[in-house]
Ligand binder design. Structure first.
Ligand code: NDP
Length: 347
């Protein structure tokens, strides 16, 4: 019903993604609303608060954040900080008695992911992650088609994920190039979505991973890696291989080949305009013409609403769950280990 109170979110960290994607998405939410802001920049927080109708009583700093426990308008905290800060802020939010939606990557180590899951359990509050593609209608349709046998037995997945939303000339100042805040370079920040995608496209987790960091002498990449190439092996016999990169231009693709055909998503992980093509193995068909499109759905509003629905139904999130983030982090950690030792790593 229209007069029912909507689920209130506090947004933590008013950076690019929060300002340009998440905050505007509340306008299209059915069950969620913006009720508080948390920022290290009081002037920015006041300005954004004025824009979105959030009064000074609902604006917090990182220092006084814990008093959000007494803010009845806040049901959940959405964490949009640099990755290394996710875990500590998640634990604080659970201590304050709030549900948590945390951006991806979940954290910079497996141990931190486990701390977040344990804090959720202790507080009896839900933890969900910002895996927005899990709310993209074309992705969901592609997964359903693959599970329904659209390409037959899935054998090879290829995925490439590259480019960064900060121009290379500016990145020297970005937390993404500071390993202590980002946990690594393109593999954890972009390759993560390729690895997560192979898991939903194959409906299987790899048993062995191999990865290799390509050399790049640009001093920008002295702390975090640029391009990574990798291979994942599966018990079923399937293989996934892919790359992530900060300097290869604009790649966002998944290609799944099976014994009856193939499915291509290109772009695969964009905010608005993903495309899917199917090929049947008939030589007259070629890649490139999308076989179908679906009306665009706001992935950001959908994820905000989903946690609200989960809480209303008292059912922990099964989509974009904390366990999903933990498993991806295990695989990414194993891939870094393989890149550094030059050996395959069993997972
Ligand atoms: P930004 O650098 O633009 O914003 C991060 C914000 O965090 C800052 O504006 C600042 O907000 C706050 N902050 C607090 N401490 C620090 C610190 N020590 N250094 C830098 N910033 C700090 O990053 P993004 O918005 O691009 O990314 C935020 C999160 O969202 C990351 O986890 C990222 O991986 C994720 N992301 C996910 C995407 C997706 O598709 N799912 C896409 C893009 C990002 P303030 O000034 O208000 O304190």
């Amino acid at each position: 019903p229209k007069d029912q109170r909507k689920f209130g979110y506090a947004i933590v960290g008013l950076g690019n993604y929060a300002l340009h994607q998440i905050l505007p998405a509340f306008a299209e939410c059915r069950y969620a609303r913006l009720t508080a802001l948390v920022s290290g920049d009081p002037a920015k927080a006041r300005r954004i608060g004025a824009e979105y109708g959030i009064g000074p009583g609902h604006i917090y700093s990182y220092e006084n954040f814990d008093s959000i426990a007494r803010d009845p308008e806040v049901d959940a905290v959405y964490i949009l900080l640099p990755t290394a800060l996710h875990s500590a802020m998640t634990v604080r939010a659970f201590k304050a008695g709030k549900h948590v939606l945390c951006e991806t990557p979940m954290a910079t180590s497996v141990g931190d992911c486990q701390l977040m899951l344990a804090a959720s359990k202790r507080a009896r509050k839900y933890l969900m992650l910002g895996y927005r593609c899990h709310f993209d209608p074309l992705t969901l349709k592609a997964v359903a088609m693959l599970n329904g046998g659209a390409v037959g037995a899935r054998q090879v997945v290829t995925t490439d994920n590259s480019d960064i939303n900060v121009p290379l000339s500016e990145v020297a100042h970005s937390w993404r190039f500071d390993r202590s805040l980002s946990g690594g370079g393109s593999l954890i920040n972009l390759g993560l979505y390729g690895v997560n995608g192979t898991r939903y496209l194959l409906d299987e987790d790899p048993v062995q991973v191999q990865a290799c960091i390509l050399p790049n002498k640009n001093p920008l990449f002295s702390s975090v890696e640029d391009t990574v190439a990798w291979t994942l092996l599966y018990k079923s016999g399937a293989v996934a291989h892919g790359s992530s990169s900060y300097t290869i231009k604009d790649a966002s693709t998944f290609r799944v080949l099976g014994d009856k055909g193939g499915l291509l998503m290109d772009p695969a992980t964009s905010y608005w305009a993903n495309r899917v093509s199917l090929i049947s193995g008939d030589a007259t068909q070629s890649w490139g013409t999308p076989q179908f499109t679906l009306p665009a759905l706001n992935q950001f509003s959908a994820e905000l609403d989903y946690l609200a629905e989960c809480v209303a139904r008292q059912q922990p999130p099964v989509r974009a769950s904390g366990q999903e983030g933990l498993q991806d982090m295990r695989l990414i950690t194993a891939m870094y280990e393989s890149a550094h030792t030059g050996q395959p790593v069993n997972t």
